[in-house]
Design a protein around this ligand. Structure first.
Ligand code: AMP
Ligand code: MG
Length: 347
């Protein structure tokens, strides 16, 4: 199959109408969103959902997120509750996914066999336009091959999906850079299943009774069933071995400078450290305090590390709170919990 790629904005009606036709015909279209690129298909068409799994090589029990144009559109596919609308008022459209009991109309193929469905209302205008034009809820997991870092540019999508899907909509770099915050809710409680731009602190402002699921910060214990199937899969991994350095216990610059002499390695350093390191395979993540930029750059740099063909990658162990929790959660999976020094130290 030939994969066509088109530069678009929300005004590109002709291309977006073609994309909507493809979705209505059960085909796959890669879509820019504010978080990462999604691999979209008609969420109500079980065969279209199955095509997503085969294009990604995704395990069939890992459910898809269903995207709607307006928070109220969740009514057609799920059973909402007052807390859903309280959260929607604050965070939708935007990078928050809420898990609700599903209606019959949603095929089990979309939900990995679960009785719940993950709902998200993206703020990206291209994504919204496409959902409106198709008149359908669009199931869209990240548009990467399963296990690889999520795509935040159309080029990333092409690298993974060339020949597998008919169309990629190129809306430029994704603003946020990591996937949405995923939560499950009851009438009066929230459980955070995957951290993202919407933080636990922000959720607590809407509902005091908010917890973090254990697997967000730690490895699943042997035999433990995760609250969210995605928690159990290896994720975001670059081909090189990634090590995280707890810089409270190890001098990051001294340590990585030494490694640069003896290993074919890349270093994900802060901008402030560039001048102290050898100018070889450096992947600056942003300024030390600039968590937004570090989040935006995360998957771009993990993919760059692969392009460099290095054997190892060294990075700072991110803080596990606030907006940095999203980076921590991705990095700890990407490194298969290889942390050097102090906190969580295994090295
Ligand atoms: P992706 O869209 O590839 O970023 O992955 C979607 C994430 O949302 C996965 O980690 C899933 O496990 C999670 N998810 C989607 N639907 C559900 C659901 N019904 N229950 C729990 N987790 C879900
Ligand atoms: Mg994904």
């Amino acid at each position: 199959m030939k994969t066509e790629i088109f530069k678009v904005d929300e005004g590109s009606l002709e291309i977006l109408s073609r994309a909507a036709e493809l979705i209505k015909n059960g085909e796959l279209v890669a879509i820019p969103t504010e978080t990462v690129y999604g691999l979209g298909a008609n969420a109500l068409d079980k065969d279209a959902c199955l095509s997503i799994f085969s294009a990604k090589g995704r395990p069939s029990d890992n459910p898809l997120i269903v995207h709607v144009a307006k928070p109220e559109d969740a009514e057609k596919i799920s059973f909402t509750c007052p807390l859903y609308y309280k959260l929607a008022e604050k965070f939708m459209p935007g990078p928050l996914t809420i898990i609700l009991p599903k209606r019959e109309i949603v095929p089990k193929e979309a939900t990995g066999g679960l009785d719940t469905v993950a709902i998200r209302c993206p703020s990206h205008l291209v994504a919204r336009r496409l959902i409106e034009l198709s008149g359908l809820p669009i199931a869209a997991p990240s548009a990467n091959s399963s296990g690889k870092p999520s795509p935040t540019t159309a080029k990333h999508v092409l690298d993974d999906m060339d020949g597998k899907i008919p169309m990629i909509l190129d809306g430029g770099e994704c603003e946020v850079g990591v996937e949405s915050t995923v939560i499950s809710i009851t009438d009066n409680s929230i459980t955070l299943l995957r951290p993202g731009k919407v933080t636990i602190e922000e959720l607590k402002n809407v509902c005091e009774n908010t917890q973090i699921a254990g697997a967000v910060k730690e490895e699943l214990k042997e035999g433990e069933t995760p609250l969210s199937p995605g928690m159990k899969y290896k994720h975001y991994a670059p081909r090189a071995e990634l090590y995280l350095i707890d810089d409270k216990y190890i001098d990051f610059v001294a340590f990585t400078k030494q490694k640069q002499k003896t290993e074919k390695c890349a270093v994900m350093c802060y901008d402030e450290e560039i001048s102290q390191l050898e100018n070889k395979n450096l992947l600056p993540v942003g300024k030390k305090e600039d968590i937004k930029m570090q989040t935006h750059n995360l998957f771009i740099l993990l993919r760059k590390a692969d392009d460099l063909g290095v054997d190892t990658v060294y990075a700072h162990l991110p803080a596990d709170e606030g907006e940095s929790l999203a980076i921590y959660n991705r990095m700890i999976r990407a490194c298969a919990h290889r942390v050097l020094g102090g906190r969580n130290g295994k090295g």
